[in-house]
Write a protein that binds this ligand. Sequence first.
Ligand SMILES: *Cc1c(COP(=O)(O)O)cnc(C)c1O
Length: 233
Amino acid sequence: MTMIGDNLQTVRARIATACQAARRDAGAVTLLAVSKTFGPEAVREAFAAGQTAFGENYLQEAVDKMSALRDLPLQWHCIGPIQSNKTRLVAEHFSWAHTIDRLRVAQRLNDQRPPDLAPLQVCVQVNIDAGPTKSGVAPQDALWLVREVAELPRLQVRGLMTIPDSRPDFQRQVAVHAKAKDLFDAIAAAGGRGLDHFDTLSMGMTADLEAAIQAGSTMVRIGTAIFGGRPKP
Ligand SMILES: *Cc1c(COP(=O)(O)O)cnc(C)c1O
């Protein structure tokens, strides 16, 4: 077993333990392996250890990696900011985009999604802790944006995504993730046309995956614990 394979086992065990602690089904949480800054060989190692879903932040890097790995059946998730002049790369190459925070970007992705591909699976990013410089729609605007995106035929709205600032202790991490869970539940309950697949709450990273699962995350995005540390940008 390689180091990345070992790390994946450790992360899967963390997820299983957290699910147990939260009295949730072990299968209720999907692991997204965040491979940004790591090369195709690292992704191959993770694939050999059973991982198929990968998250990337930097579009050109991601597309180059995809092309080096086109022999593998991988599912790619865009988890980085999407500028409106870069939507085509996302529409043409990814299965998922987690960072929809403007209708304009969603509309462009919808227009540019190739007809031979399945609809792009998307999450609306919410600025859950109201960091002034952070991306994400304000919580009070999330329902509106979800409903607008649900009208776009080439996108399938799957849920919400958040990146709260790191907090020093477990209880405070749970508290901020719980706000996202409440918002997610409220939108799911409000429902509406095109919301029948609204089932994904993308939250939790290496430092706070247990708290995110405790609060109700259905997809954790894990980089460091699988691939190791990254150079600071
Ligand atoms: C880099 C990144 C991650 C992974 O973070 P780790 O702390 O390395 O697990 C998750 N989500 C987003 C949006 C990221 O940019």
